[in-house]
Design a protein around this ligand. Structure first.
Ligand SMILES: Nc1nc2c(ncn2[C@@H]2O[C@H](COP(=O)(O)OP(=O)(O)OP(=O)(O)O)[C@@H](O)[C@H]2O)c(=O)[nH]1
Ligand SMILES: [Mg+2]
Length: 399
């Protein structure tokens, strides 16, 4: 059990007017008043009834749901004419070093390694080999067929002088698939705070990603706070606290088995009182049931919206790159529950095949914000479609 976070005293009368900001600490009664119905398994009493979205893992997500989730929610207080100030969160570290080196072991790179030197001739055999390599690398059947058909059509039209030209065309097609989703996270500095809710199944790298983001935002001099919303796992709070301590970032926590939505509410109030620019909330990756997890995430989102109708400003889903095609059904389920607005694909440095990134991009079109290509803080890279594709394909035909 870790301590409650203690808020600063209000600096201005306006702060004092905000609910809860004039206190050093929330009493149990006050939290109970804010959460009239926080018994285990119950949802917070809502003025508006909200039917639970169907958690169908196999149904494709309708395009309008994706479009709606990606739409910037209008806030009542921001005048329409007022330009929204955003600052790009973290340009990629200088140059693009490390991508090829880290992704060399990926299934994708290994499948393509030597492929062109074994099949230097422009013929159907070469296309069959490429098709197998793409499927093996988890690109998925639909995306692979689309890529192969394009190459076949262009090969028949004698567009390629040699295999090198075909490799260049494949690179171009892969890049075209990723370019629309390579959209870096923009921190809306008007949001006060910009609330980033991380979601994803257990073990994908949520807490580690938060730690890496904390370092990144700290380096950018953004006042930051973390919320320990994974109250299910014993070590989860301590793990986040350790990242907070390492980066000198305050962590709002209530310990194991606390109500996760209550932690989020408390943290958002604290962040508002402090004038924090970014609040990142961790969440559990597993509860007793998957349905229970989706319900908890939905509740966290609704409770945040009690304090700020536009929060969370980013629902960042973390996906383990080694998961393969199962990543698609994970995203479908989380998207239906909380409306995912951005992705982080982690562990691309390990045994990940890498191809699932293309399948995700093609099926959902949800922005990929970051890629995890290692365990060090600097290994969380702003997703760079070009560096990624270059790292997966051979440098030259002899490779
Ligand atoms: N190689 C590699 N390992 C990573 C990366 N990101 C996270 N990890 C490792 O993945 C493991 C799980 O990470 P966590 O951050 O605890 O995952 P989580 O999603 O918070 O897990 P739960 O709290 O159980 O839901 C840790 O050992 C991390 O070091 C990455 O990009 N590359
Ligand atoms: Mg975690």
């Amino acid at each position: 059990m870790l301590s409650f976070f203690r808020r600063k005293k209000p600096q201005t009368p306006a702060d004092a007017a905000k609910p809860g900001s004039a206190q050093e600490h929330y009493s149990v009664e006050e939290l109970a008043a804010a959460f009239p119905n926080t018994d285990e398994g119950e949802t917070v009493a809502e003025p508006v009834t909200e039917p639970a979205p169907p958690a169908s893992a196999m149904e494709p997500v309708p395009a309008e749901i994706i479009a709606a989730a990606l739409e910037v929610e209008p806030t009542a207080t921001v005048a329409a004419a007022e330009p929204v100030e955003t600052t790009p969160a973290a340009p990629a570290p200088a140059g693009k070093p490390g991508w090829r080196e880290r992704l060399r072991g990926s299934g994708f790179a290994r499948s393509f390694s030597g492929l062109f030197s074994r099949h230097p001739r422009l013929d159907d055999d070469l296309l069959d080999e490429i098709e197998t390599a793409l499927i093996t690398a988890d690109v998925g059947v639909t995306a692979t067929s689309q890529l192969i058909e394009d190459l076949r059509r262009r090969m028949k039209a004698r567009e390629f002088a040699d295999a090198n030209a075909l490799l260049a065309a494949l690179r171009g097609d892969l890049l075209a698939m990723l370019a629309p989703v390579a959209q870096p996270l923009q921190i809306d500095t008007q949001a006060k705070p910009f609330v980033l809710l991380t979601v994803g199944v257990n073990g994908v790298g949520k807490t580690t990603t938060i730690g890496k983001l904390a370092k990144r935002f700290k380096d950018e001099n953004r006042p930051l706070m973390l919320a320990a919303g994974d109250t299910f796992r014993a070590a989860a709070v301590a793990q986040l606290q350790a990242w907070g301590d390492r980066n000198g970032v305050p962590v709002v926590a209530q310990g194991q088995n606390a109500d996760a939505a209550s932690v989020a509410f408390d943290a958002l109030q604290a962040a508002k009182a402090r004038g924090t620019q970014v609040l990142i909330a961790d969440t559990a990756g597993r509860l007793h049931t998957q349905q229970g997890l989706m319900a908890e995430l939905g509740k966290i989102k609704r409770v945040l919206q009690k304090l700020d109708a536009s929060a969370p400003h980013e629902v960042l889903m973390v996906i383990d790159g080694t998961t393969g095609q199962n990543a698609l059904s994970q995203l479908r389920q989380f998207h239906a529950a909380v409306g995912v607005t951005g992705l982080v694909v982690t562990k691309l440095d390990g045994t990940a095949k890498g191809g699932v990134v293309f399948a995700l991009a093609r099926e959902f079109g949800i922005p990929i914000r970051y890629a995890g290509i290692g365990e060090r803080p600097e290994d969380l890279r702003v997703f760079d479609a070009e560096a990624f594709v270059d790292a997966l394909l051979p440098e030259n035909l002899g490779a």
